[in-house]
Design a protein around this ligand. Sequence first.
Ligand code: PLP
Length: 444
Amino acid sequence: MTDSAYRDDRAHVFHSWSAQRALTPTVLAGGEGSWFWDGEGRRYLDFSSQLVNLNLGHQHPRVVAAIQEQAAKLCTVAPTFANDARSEAARLIAEVAPGDLSHVFFTNGGTEAVEHALRMARLTTGRHKILSAYRSYHGATAGAITLTGDPRRWGSEPSIPGVVRFFGPYPYRSAFHATTVREECDRALEHLEQVFTLEGPHTVAAVILETVVGTNGILVPPDGYLAGVRDLCDRYGALLICDEVMSGFGRCGEWFAADRWGVVPDLITFAKGVNSGYVPLGGVVLGPRVYEAFAERPYPGGLTYSGHPLACAAAVATIGAMRDEGVLERVRDLGSTLIGPRLAEIAARHPSVGDVRGLGFFWAIELVRDRDTREMLVPYNAAGADAAPMAELVAACKERGLWPFTHFNRVHVVPPCVTSEADLDTGLDILDEVLTLADRHYTG
Ligand code: PLP
């Protein structure tokens, strides 16, 4: 079974973001909770939550049962109908959404959610420009990849028109020469205001940002930043779109990370954790301004699988399980009492750790060759031989049974939100051990 899975994969599966010929994918044969295993029975502790979506871990019984029950009842329904699974999922998502956000447009995943948020913002405001951040990822379809502020965009250029990029706050590598977090916050807001001014505020439909930047570094905004962006949007009549595809549904210890700062966006995009990825699902949560724009005129967009019953049943069960099991509280608690403090200890022991940052179950370890110059362990967008120090680290983790998440010069600590304290310790012990490999490249 494993052999044929591997053989057929190599013969017929075309994988994402990869040069195909050199790939040697691990066959994932099964999983439970925070662990999965390959065909030879090698077990891995998943510190990547697959693709930072498996918030409830593998095979959560309540979510599996909900999918099975829904499959036995009704597998699919066209978007024009009302359906109990979709209605309940929408009601629950509206319940946990901040402020007056009350309606949900369902998609199959994150990129489609972003695509529709972009369209909604342009049509609602009658303006065309969207401001998006460098060091961001918003998806791989035409609009979302244009909004993306990382190298994955480059291969899809030239891009859709009307996207203007700005720098968000990143105190460790400040684009503003800030020396304190407060200064970084103020200067990032001044910079964004300048971008509005220079672009012509009347042309800007929306600002989109990841509430907490995910793949590009777990960049937690300084207190006051999100509220400042909200103010700028209000002042200039633009919408605020918070992309919570990665940061939402428990990852930051909140339903949506924006809750942490009490900010209410006009649109929220979500996917991944909404149902732990058991069945593809994403969507846009709409506030009144956008909803009202389409109350009397048709919204020009739709999807055959908008609000697919299997996916929505999984979302209903996921939200129910998160509530009943106190997942958000646990994530907040263990993030600040276990993961954060242990990462601080690890940073103190390893010179190659330049910075650790995060919240909840959403952390990054940034690796450097020199703490003073902050030279990255591997260069931005490194590949091949340049990326070897990170590849070594990944291999060493896997040899020890830990499946890590890495990006450029960073290791992210993003385990399922249900990972036990013992397993968190096990994974962090392994990271502590393998970081000695990174220390060997330290030249500071
Ligand atoms: N937005 C963010 C913040 C993401 O992290 C991702 C995926 O990682 C996406 C959008 C795209 O989601 P999907 O891969 O489901 O299309």
